[in-house]
Design a protein. Structure first.
Length: 251
């Protein structure tokens, strides 16, 4: 089997998953986009969190050309990405009880805000506890996870529950347990993960819905433009100043 054949198989698998979320998740995507738009319209703030590689999808909707300026990254030290040394520490921190509560209590999150929590498995203490505590603070929670994990794995939170059990809206990424799309007789482990491609697309669909919903309500969506397009910096400066009290990634 040639490399091109494997590439085709992987891309076909990713496309298949994208078709599934388009067809099967249309309702929760619309609901999540509407929730974000309603939060913005009501003066609330938007936050996104993901641990490890799930953080990539969170980062993809923060300070992004073509994205909502109001989306803030909720950072947890040591779990934002693979820059922590050793990289395995990030995985260990996801299982620490109490960390999410401490982070949220030190964050700007408050009642009336919306928090997107991304966790492929949804089984670790950090995302479960974060969802639970965010709701006790009065925030709405959108969970992005693979529901399949709840049937094939055990929870690592003391409650025995998963992220999906503590959300106002759940977006199911449909990713198979283990996050690897390809197998080969000559390769001992499954390979080629698709969760980043699919989760990122899922969230961009939500953000597109949010922008359109705001416009439908007569509110100009606070969108950022590319700094590499003439006039982009001036546009962004205006948006960042106008919404500065709800943007936490700048001083």
């Amino acid at each position: 089997m040639g490399d091109s054949k494997l590439a085709d198989q992987y891309l076909d698998a990713a496309i298949g998953l994208l078709h599934r979320i388009r067809d099967e998740e249309a309702e929760p995507i619309a609901a999540a986009g509407t929730l974000l738009a309603d939060t913005v319209a009501a003066g609330g703030r938007l936050f996104a969190f993901g641990a490890g590689h799930s953080s990539l999808a969170a980062q993809d909707i923060v300070y992004r050309a073509g994205g909502l300026a109001l989306m803030n990254l909720l950072a947890v030290p040591g779990v934002v990405g693979v820059d922590v040394m050793p990289a395995t520490l990030g995985s260990a921190l996801e299982r620490v009880d109490g960390l999410a509560t401490a982070v949220l209590d030190s964050s700007p999150l408050r009642a009336g805000d919306a928090l997107v929590i991304i966790s492929l498995s949804g089984r670790n203490a950090l995302p479960v506890e974060m969802a639970m505590h965010a709701r006790t603070l009065g925030a709405k929670v959108i969970g992005v996870t693979s529901v399949a994990y709840t049937a094939r794995t055990t929870s690592r939170h003391t409650s025995g529950t998963y992220l999906k059990d503590h959300c106002d809206i759940v977006l199911d990424s449909k990713i198979a347990v283990g996050d690897a799309e390809l197998t080969l007789d000559t390769v001992p482990a499954p390979f080629a993960p698709a969760s980043t491609v699919v989760t990122t697309a899922l969230l961009q669909a939500v953000m597109a819905t949010a922008a359109g919903t705001l416009a439908d309500h007569g509110i100009e969506p606070p969108l950022l433009r590319s700094g590499n397009v003439d006039g982009g910096h001036d546009w962004n400066a205006r948006v960042l100043e106008q919404y500065g009290d709800r943007i936490f990634y700048q001083h």
